[in-house]
Design a protein around this ligand. Structure first.
Ligand SMILES: Cc1cc2nc3c(=O)[nH]c(=O)nc-3n(C[C@H](O)[C@H](O)[C@H](O)COP(=O)(O)OP(=O)(O)OC[C@H]3O[C@@H](n4cnc5c(N)ncnc54)[C@H](O)[C@@H]3O)c2cc1C
Length: 468
């Protein structure tokens, strides 16, 4: 492997194509391969980062000048029990593989990201949340057990009761303590391939927040679209989707709707236009002027409240509808900034953030809101409050100003007692991380790092940025 290192040389990017890193990308297929990569890194004085699907919005799976261990080949579903809903998978299995295996048997993954392309290893390392975070917590709360290879070569098995300190730290630990190899998860029972969705508009920020808060108990999932370009009295307007699973007997065609053929997302728009090319048509409107009109149109079309039924895949993976949609942001790509704020301070903080983006002439083209609750994981981003994810277009001209503005956002979020999510933001500094995590958490994380990775082999660009 050593003499051939150059053949692994790759230019890697983040999901938003706004960051790049030159790395040695080495595919692994077994735990022995993982151990061999650690040995190689130690001999050569290189750092190692695990990479699943490589679609974090930021630098979580980039490692400039180091080794990126490609986990996507470790992708076998090892055991599936349709009677209990318990599944054991290798860590490179994607959510797409997982739901397609369990759904026809009447089960669904308990927590999913907005894209099905993520791997289970990546989902655990970030401890992803879904649109049901306020009801069921992050994915880590549904892990029965996992096995991980530590850089020392030790293979550890962890559950909430076995090696619990490692369980709560490796999940959320951004792959900086060890590499997941096998993951056992409990699925959620479903009685139909359909989900019932209520959609209603909200005319301003206060009603956006109240809508998420008050309607959450009646729904299994809630998510809001926020028009981040609208200002004045309309600041924070948008649309909320609240969805609930159908109860047994509610869907007379359950046998049919649970079939995979019913779940597949169409690959053509209106049955004609191939969706693979749609991002080319979106590109010309991806500017402040064009998006103002797109958002206005979207808001007007949301004015009529309605209820409809949709397949699970269509509801959960809306972002997979248009393949490569992120390319529509142009050559400089996009940065997603997601803030998590307690319900007491959220309104003022988001108002300030959105107004600041307007004053800078750098509005976000897409805003997504969710309701959250806290959890017990070490590097948690959970709060009893809300999150707002904002997508910003990056250009050569605005890159520096945008970076400075996002640092200002950090200050507003921290003043509001908020938190950040390490799978999203690209700007969070070590000082900001220390402020929201607290000295005690950072000290605990560093003690575990010393125990699991005494030679500091596991590092990523993100790790150096926030813990460096
Ligand atoms: C369109 C889109 C929608 C999204 N929606 C959501 C959402 O709704 N909710 C949410 O929470 N997140 C969301 N995300 C973020 C995404 O879920 C996370 O970034 C996730 O970690 C990506 O998984 P991945 O397999 O691509 O991981 P990568 O990007 O490859 O890696 C992410 C982190 O996991 C580590 N890692 C990967 N594999 C392993 C392993 N086997 N062992 C140890 N560490 C490992 C990496 O080192 C890195 O730190 C979204 C991302 C996109 C692009």
């Amino acid at each position: 492997m050593q003499s051939n290192l150059n053949r692994y040389f790759s230019q890697l990017e983040n999901f938003g194509h706004s960051l790049k890193a030159s790395c040695y990308r080495i595919p692994v297929k077994t735990t022995e391969d993982i151990y061999e990569v650690f040995q190689l890194a130690k001999r050569l004085g290189l750092k190692v980062t695990a990479r699943g699907a490589g679609i974090s919005y930021n630098d979580a799976s980039l490692n400039g000048g180091g080794i990126v261990m490609d986990m996507s080949g470790l992708n076998q579903i090892q055991e599936w029990d349709p009677a209990s809903g318990v599944v054991r998978c290798e860590s490179g299995v994607t959510l797409e593989q997982l739901w397609q295996r369990v759904e026809p048997d009447g089960w669904w993954p308990p927590v999913v990201s907005g894209t099905m392309k993520t791997t289970l290893g990546g989902c655990l390392a970030a401890n992803v949340h879904g649109k049901n975070n306020f009801q069921v917590g992050p994915i880590g709360e549904h892990v029965v057990e996992f096995t991980a290879t530590l850089p020392t070569g030790a293979l550890v098995t962890c559950s909430p009761t076995k090696n619990a300190d490692l369980f709560y730290a490796l999940i959320s630990g951004l792959g900086m303590l060890g590499v997941f190899t096998s993951i056992t998860l409990k699925m959620k029972r479903i009685h139909s391939g359909l989900i019932s969705v209520d959609a209603w508009h909200v005319p301003d920020l206060r009603r956006q927040l109240n809508g998420l808060l008050e309607h959450a108990p009646d729904h299994d999932y809630t998510v809001g679209w926020l028009d981040a370009i609208a200002g004045g009295k309309s600041l924070g307007r948008g649309q909320i989707h609240g969805a609930r699973q159908l109860k047994e007997g509610e869907d007379p065609d359950a046998q049919k709707t649970l079939q995979l053929s019913f779940q597949h997302l169409p690959d053509r728009f209106f049955g004609v236009v191939p969706k693979s090319g749609l991002h080319y048509f979106m590109k010309p409107v991806m500017n402040n002027f064009g998006m103002r009109f797109v958002n206005m149109g979207r808001y007007v079309s949301a004015l009529r409240a309605h209820t409809f039924r949709q397949s699970h895949a269509a509801f959960h993976f809306l972002l997979d509808y248009v393949p490569n949609w992120e390319r529509s942001f142009g050559r400089g790509g996009l940065i997603q900034y997601q803030s998590f704020l307690p319900k007491e301070t959220v309104e003022d903080a988001w108002r300030e953030i959105i107004q600041l983006s307007h004053r800078n002439g750098l509005p976000s083209y897409l805003g997504v809101t969710k309701r959250h609750r806290p959890d017990k994981f070490l590097l948690t981003h959970g709060v009893d409050g809300f999150s707002l994810a904002l997508d910003f277009k990056v250009t050569d001209r605005n890159r520096r100003r945008l970076g400075a503005m996002l640092q200002e956002f950090d200050r507003i979020v921290l003043n509001g007692g908020g938190r950040f999510y390490f799978a999203k933001n690209s700007e969070t500094s070590a000082a900001s991380a220390r402020r929201f995590l607290g000295d005690e958490t950072i000290a605990k994380f560093k003690r575990l790092k010393q125990r699991c990775d005494p030679n500091h082999l596991l590092e990523s660009d993100l790790y150096r940025r926030v813990f460096g």
